[in-house]
Design a protein around this ligand. Structure first.
Ligand code: NI
Length: 135
């Protein structure tokens, strides 16, 4: 088995989506609407440019957001990569065999058109997000 992992975006934790996106907009990135992702206690927007690069800006809401510690430790910083797959459950099986730990089971993402997302963690790889498009 080898699930096809298509890079979807890099996730960047930031204290302020507004201030961060303002710089990226000067670099030619277009910003999506900012939406709240209640399951993660974060606000999210996507930045895309005309050559197909996609970045996700993630701003924590409150001190108990899973993203708060990244921002506190490092300021604005990349902290995960996200891969689109056809079958999120098959990919999870494959990754678990490689000692990835599931952080939470797949949930519908408000920010990603109700597709399924889930986060895994590997000591060697770091935070790894899976995304399966909504059908
Ligand atoms: Ni992401």
């Amino acid at each position: 088995m080898n699930t096809k992992y298509k890079l979807h975006h890099f996730g960047i934790a930031t204290k302020s989506i507004e201030r961060c996106a303002a710089i990226y907009s000067k670099l030619g990135f277009e910003k999506s609407e900012t939406v709240v992702e209640p399951s993660q206690k974060v606000k999210i927007c996507f930045l895309t440019n005309e050559v197909g690069t996609t970045l996700e800006l993630v701003e924590p809401i409150g001190d108990d957001s899973p993203v708060t510690r990244f921002v506190k430790q490092s300021g604005t910083t990349p902290y995960h990569s996200c891969y689109e797959v056809d079958d999120i459950y098959e990919a999870i099986d494959e990754l678990e065999d490689l000692n990835f730990r599931v952080m939470f089971e797949p949930v519908e993402s408000e920010a990603m058109d109700k597709g399924l997302i889930c986060y895994l963690f590997s000591v060697e790889i770091g935070l790894f997000e899976l995304y399966q498009k909504a059908v």
